[in-house]
Design a protein around this ligand. Sequence first.
Ligand code: 13P
Ligand code: ZN
Length: 280
Amino acid sequence: MAETKKNAGKLKNILKAPFVQEMCRTTANMYRLGWDERNGGNISYLLNEEEVAQYLDLGKVIRTIPTGFDATPLIGKIFIVTGTGKYFKNVEYDPETNLGIIRIAKDGTTAELLWGYKDGGRFTSELPAHLMSHISRLSVDPAHRVVMHSHPTYTIAMNTVCPADEKDFTHKLWQSNTESIVVFPDGVGILPCMVCGTNEIGEATAEKMKKFRLVVWTNHGIYGTGKDMDEAFGLIETVEKTAQIYMLTLGHTVNVIPDETLWGLAKRFDVTPLEGVLEK
Ligand code: 13P
Ligand code: ZN
């Protein structure tokens, strides 16, 4: 009671904020799953302004950082974003250095740093792909919040041995694990091998994100999105598990899930499979 009174009107400890703790837990999980070596991977999470205001003075901008692209539809929006060059394995031990909270400024091309990147760092080099994907996903799903990028081993391996054909790749995943069509009936988009960290790959990813929640970057990794951390993580996790099964059985496959059963799963779990993948 005394403690509550003493803290009345004060800002809460941001290190205890659920969104900071979620970023710490998720990056640690991703690292331990082997998906994010060194500084591999990045996450951005659209936050609720009222919630952030419990922890930060929103009138206080630490510094501004140009983004290099136009994110006008996101003006005023606040994101927590992993830092460029930062290791996922370290986030939980020093969130204020490895993460940052940014707000898109009125010009649409500047990020206002509200917290974090304590060592003078900046947001991930993949910010164009993240913010452009947020714009795309929000346009089809107002509840959308999270963009997650990762380098899961078997997903990259499967992408290396399979044609970069979205319908074929999606079909192979659905055929290898009954969970797949249920978890991602909307399928997996694929980009060809491109230079990462650019506006071009950002634009190409965002275009795919109008249709898909999952996008593979050939020879690089995968993007997953969702209304919360669990959805984005669960999508990538299910693709990676299935890609592992695919790669472990490659060349020895005897049983694949027939299209008839895939239709049955779609019916039982009330999902609509991506058009043109299954035989009618
Ligand atoms: P950042 O360290 O800039 O986030 O880059 C990591 C990565 O995965 C690039 O695609
Ligand atoms: Zn990457």
